[in-house]
Write a protein that binds this ligand. Structure first.
Ligand code: WT7
Length: 635
């Protein structure tokens, strides 16, 4: 017990109270204790949610890679920083020590420099889960370039939109990627995207699968020869606390994706602090987060948080079902994983399979289990607790967002009594409040409302790249003076929080955050489609699946419906990626609309979820008669 960072519930409450009464003193103490500062801050916090403006550790100078790598070379040079587990179990795993990571990051940073990349330039990274991906993020951070990782499952047009939005100067990628039994031609997708981009001068390509690729002379370069020649020393660029560290795109409920901008010092302090406490990480533990680095979970809890703590972090290239459903559990046995962090959708999928897949592996190394990305249902929670944790490893149900940068509400393992489906209590420094629709705070317990945070924390996103106005409107206008999360939550009789789901037009499918608007925009590109509306409905494994209501143009009326469905999903795959494909498509003559022309998604959601008894008042609709017709045509 005594090794734990927070040692008792009483200590948690004390720390929490202190962090709320005097946040600046609290975060200054955390920042003082652990990090390497080239210069200390002049002021801990300056903020105004009205503007909105948030600045942490203003005046401080640092480089995050000195904190994530160089600092550990004194005591941990030979300890694995990254354990790479390849897609194919017959291929050897690779341990990259802190010393080797230092060398690889410096070399990569020098390659970037040799291609003219400087502090402040944006570099888009579109790569599978191979060590070079983590190295690329760190290499950008080393020289002060702003990385923007795009999940390598996104389509070429989604990639192009992100490259253009941040005006990237370079793209880092690989020839292909291994995913289960499949190989995906990654570089070809980049080539396709770049036909519509003008800012990219350099493309750096890792050789992973060995497949044929086209290299555009002058623009495209294989990384290996450049890395071989590169100097293994690279001074870290000294950054201001509030200099941008990265942009990461997340879906919005309207329009194009939002490039969430995270800055340097606050992000580092918060992800490091939360990593240590939420996983109760101890020296020499092996920690594994199964997320992809294309999402915020991978940024904060595969790369920056663990490395800032000198941890050993596992990176897995493959999928849970390859070569069979025992893969996760075999990896836990192989690397003697102590902390395991995954998504409810993966748990639900694996829980459907024969238990023999689990019992064949020795899981006794496990100490802490985590989940993230969506609400975990009771059944999945118990399966995880009973069969993976053997009822001994506490489950930390961690609630947070791309925008929050780090975990916000979560149990502290061994300290906070867990309760299935509850993320439980706010971490130190986090001040959640529940608001009603009229903008009043809901006090007391056993209540539910819209989840807001009423005070800044160090890793909150500072802006939306190129669109501060949208940042202000999306997060700070619904409830003036507060950050609005977009989630609904309830608070139980002891003050535990349970996140009930999105209250806006974002749908979480298999833990992926998808906005309805971009999907509808994509479908509407199809030449037979006049209009569409997407809603989510409950799904056993994915949590939510997508249901599309589509109105055809007259010219589409005679087309074969099954073909149209395929084509619509094809258009979505091209514009966004396969993760946004619709499970069900219903063709309809109209959509329920208010008199002002707004689609009543509430009604469509209920129909898709088979909750047609209680549709609420539909008399105010412009076209109430369409509701019956849609119910009759339900798939
Ligand atoms: C949305 C954020 C945070 C990294 C992965 C997703 C949902 C996240 C939980 C949880 C219930 C959760 C919320 C949130 N969500 N964690 N433990 N319980 N819901 O990041 O793509 O920015 O999505 O995911 O709805 O707002 P993201």
């Amino acid at each position: 017990m005594s090794n734990y960072h927070i040692k008792s519930l009483e200590e948690y409450f004390n720390v929490y109270r202190r962090s709320i009464r005097n946040p600046e003193t609290f975060w200054a103490e955390v920042a003082e204790e652990h990090f390497l500062w080239r210069k200390k801050w002049d002021k801990v916090l300056e903020w105004d949610f009205k503007e909105p403006k948030i600045e942490w550790f203003k005046g401080a100078k640092l480089n995050i890679t000195e904190n994530c790598i160089d600092r550990h070379l004194v005591t941990k040079a030979d300890q694995p920083a990254i354990l790479f587990e390849p897609n194919n179990p017959d291929e050897d795993s690779i341990a990259i020590s802190y010393r080797q990571l230092h060398e690889r990051v410096c070399k990569m940073a020098n390659v970037l420099k040799s291609k003219g990349i400087q502090k402040g330039d944006r570099v888009v990274i579109y790569m599978p889960m191979i060590p070079e991906l983590a190295v690329s993020l760190l290499a950008c951070a080393r020289i002060g370039a702003v990385h923007s990782v795009v999940f390598a499952g996104f389509s070429s047009s989604a990639l192009a939109a992100r490259i253009n939005d941040c005006e990237a100067k370079a793209v880092m990628t690989s020839d292909g990627s291994f995913r289960g039994a499949k190989t995906i031609a990654i570089k070809a997708i980049v080539d396709e995207a770049l036909k519509n981009c003008t800012t990219v001068e350099t493309v750096l390509v890792v050789n992973r699968t060995g497949e044929d690729v086209q290299m555009q002379v002058g623009r495209d370069h294989w990384l290996e020869p450049l890395l071989d020649e590169a100097d293994s020393h690279c001074d870290a660029e000294i950054m201001d606390a509030e200099d941008p560290l990265f942009i990461l795109y997340t879906s919005g409920s309207t329009g194009k994706p939002k490039g969430m901008l995270h800055t340097t010092a606050g992000y580092m302090v918060y992800t490091a602090y939360t990593f240590k406490n939420v996983f109760q990480y101890q020296d020499e533990d092996v920690y594994w987060c199964t997320a992809d680095i294309g999402w915020i979970t991978g940024h904060s809890y595969i790369v920056y948080g663990p490395l800032a703590n000198g941890a050993t972090t596992v990176m897995f290239e493959g999928v849970p079902s390859y070569p069979d459903f025992s893969r996760f559990w075999e990896i836990i046995e192989k690397h003697k994983v102590n902390q395991f962090y995954t998504a409810p959708t993966a748990i639900r999928a694996l829980a459907k399979e024969n238990l023999d897949y689990v019992t064949g592996s020795d899981l006794s190394s496990l100490k802490v289990l985590g989940t993230v990305g969506e609400p975990i249902n009771e059944e999945a929670w118990h399966w995880y607790n009973d069969h993976i944790g053997d009822k001994k490893s506490p489950i930390v149900d961690t609630w947070w967002q791309t925008e929050t940068g780090g975990i916000m509400i979560s149990p502290i393992p061994f300290i906070t009594p867990t309760k299935p489906t509850y993320a439980t209590l706010p971490l130190p420094g986090i001040q959640p409040v529940l608001m009603d629709e009229n903008g009043n705070e809901i006090f007391g317990n056993q209540v539910d409302g819209r989840l807001c945070i009423q005070f800044p924390w160090p890793s909150i996103a500072r802006s939306i790249w190129g669109n501060h106005q949208r940042y202000a409107e999306t997060y700070f206008s619904a409830f003036p003076g507060m950050y609005f999360t977009g989630d609904g939550a309830l608070r139980d009789e002891v003050g535990y929080y349970r996140i009930t789901g999105r209250v806006d037009d974002v749908i979480i499918v298999s833990g992926h955050n998808l906005g309805t608007a971009p999907i509808e925009d994509a479908i509407n590109e199809h030449n037979a489609v006049a209009e569409s509306a997407i809603v989510g409905y409950p799904h056993d494994i994915k949590g939510n699946a997508l249901y599309g209501y589509v109105i055809l143009k007259e010219t589409g009326e005679n087309r074969d419906r099954d073909n149209l469905k395929k084509e619509i999903n094809q258009v979505i795959t091209e514009h966004i990626g396969p993760i946004a494909k619709l499970d069900k498509i219903q063709f309809t003559a109209g959509l329920p609309k208010t008199r002002s022309g707004k689609i009543m998604r509430r009604i469509l959601r209920k129909i898709a979820s088979n909750e047609t008894e209680n549709l609420g008042d539909i008399s105010t609709l412009l076209n109430p008669e369409i509701v019956d017709e849609i119910i009759k045509g339900k798939i």
